[in-house]
Write a protein that binds this ligand. Sequence first.
Ligand code: DX5
Ligand code: ZN
Length: 215
Amino acid sequence: MVIVASSILSADFSKLGEEIKAIEHAGADWIHIDVMDGHFVPNITIGPVLVKSIRKITSLFFDCHLMIEKPEDYVEQFAKAGADLITIHAESSLNVKSTIKKIKDVGCKVGISINPETPIDLIKDVIEEVDLVLVMSVHPGFSGQSFIKDVIPKIKKAKELINKTKRKVYLQVDGGINKENAGIIKENGADVLVAASFIFKSDNYKDAIKQLKES
Ligand code: DX5
Ligand code: ZN
């Protein structure tokens, strides 16, 4: 069964604790935390302070997606705040291999992400060292954008690359996912779907998560 990583970016931040409890009860598997710095992407969102505070209210797996420059400088802070997995962008780190090592050294699982226009080749050399590959299906920065269909062949290629390793490596897709496109994304190999607006803008979180899992 596919894993649904519910991105809190579209939650109502005036009642974030209640929103997290609600998605937990609705069947979300992971909490996806979109960290943006206003440099790597044109938006500023969540930092370690908030991660630490929501860590107290749920034991769900914290999937921290760092869309920031120099992620290597913040790995320790996110780990201390309670991240379970830290995903960095292949485009953003000066030395991807050493940042991956740093994430492992602080005891977190590690993910590597690529933007829609970035070729899969950029991550070939690190596939053996990561626990997750994230293929972005929107330009990172905002929730509520439309899924870019052109990334589907890249999702398939990422799966082929993962299949060559003997280890469990999750294939995550993030951006514009809804009940109409979840099926084709899964058919092409994704095993973790990130969704923000499809869940938080729905009338019923439980139905929305069920639709992503069953479509
Ligand atoms: C975009 C973020 C996504 C975003 C997804 O930069 O990485 O995780 O929150 O939002 P939706 O599901 O609304 O496209
Ligand atoms: Zn994300």
